[in-house]
Write a protein that binds this ligand. Structure first.
Ligand SMILES: O=c1ccn([C@@H]2O[C@H](COP(=O)(O)O)[C@@H](O)[C@H]2O)c(=O)[nH]1
Length: 274
């Protein structure tokens, strides 16, 4: 998918919502336990109930890896279902990969070729040669961790690095990598006030913003500091949507929670003249 297509979807749907499919097999409604693949059945129901309100889905691979081969099968079924039934949605594997180049190349094949995700989250810590193998895939995106939403982000990511904070250095230096147009960045909604500085370094790049909902980040603040003329934002909510109800009405509750965020987004887009 191209960023032009992503923006067209955002403007048509009046939504820059990304729904996180962080599906924990132990938190599924009892009614799904008899299914052959309860995790996939849950994801399918959530996707069918929310696709018109969002432009992206982001399974976090930890929730699938924890289930071993059964978990991987659920992830494979989920991405295949998305690509077959909702090909206009942007798909993100939140796996936070990155290793020596030879190994990164295999991770890239696993997520971009094996499973056909549009994008993968990557940790920048090992530097250029650990990131560039992911950037070699045309039509795919690397979402580099810049400033994460967790409290521990302040341990390293905001430390001085030369004349600026490390997270800004990550942004600046990554623009020198091959195919910078295939880069997006993670900035936590809980750190919204940093978005002005982020935008000074990457004025046009798309940002994936987790941390709205369960982690308490503010959508309004994120947009105030981070939105661009081309929107430039994908705002993620996982638990706040998929576990809006723990009961058998989970899909209807997910629709309602997603619609609440989508309506806020539509109002923000309108106010911005987009
Ligand atoms: O800085 C980061 C990077 C990734 N995440 C991931 O996003 C979702 C957030 O889930 P919620 O339930 O909406 O809190 C989850 O998969 C995280 O691992 C993040 O939160 N912060």
């Amino acid at each position: 998918m191209s960023t032009e297509h992503l923006l067209a979807q955002i403007l048509a749907k009046r939504s820059f919502l990304c729904i996180g499919l962080d599906t924990d097999p132990q938190q599924l409604p009892a009614g799904l336990q008899g299914e052959e693949d309860p995790v996939f059945a849950f994801n399918k129901a959530v996707i069918d109930a929310t696709h018109h309100l969002c432009v992206a889905y982001k399974p976090n691979t930890a929730f699938y890896e924890a289930g071993g081969s059964r978990g991987w099968a659920s992830l494979e079924r989920t991405i295949a279902y998305l690509n077959t039934h909702y090909p206009d949605h942007f798909t993100i594997a939140d796996a936070k990969r990155g290793d020596i180049g030879n190994t990164s190349g295999r991770y890239a094949r696993a997520f971009f070729e094996g499973m056909d995700f549009d994008a993968l989250t990557v940790a920048p810590y090992m530097g250029r040669d650990s990131v560039e193998p992911f950037l070699a895939f045309e039509g795919r995106f690397v979402i580099l961790l810049a400033l994460t939403s967790n409290p521990g982000a302040f341990d390293f990511q905001t430390l001085p690095c030369g004349t600026e904070e490390l997270c800004l250095r990550v942004l600046r230096q990554s623009r020198e990598y091959s195919h910078p147009e295939r880069l997006m960045y993670v900035v936590g909604a809980t750190k919204a006030s940093y978005l002005s500085k982020v935008r000074e370094v990457v004025p046009d790049a798309f940002l994936l913003i987790p941390g709205v909902g369960a982690q308490g980040g503010s959508l309004e603040e994120v947009c105030r500091y981070g939105m661009t003329d081309g929107v430039g934002l994908l705002v993620n909510s996982s638990r706040g949507i998929i576990y809006a109800s723990q009961g058998e009405d989970f899909a209807a509750a997910a629709t309602k929670a997603a619609a609440t965020l989508q309506m806020e987004m539509a109002a923000i887009l309108k106010a911005a003249g987009l």
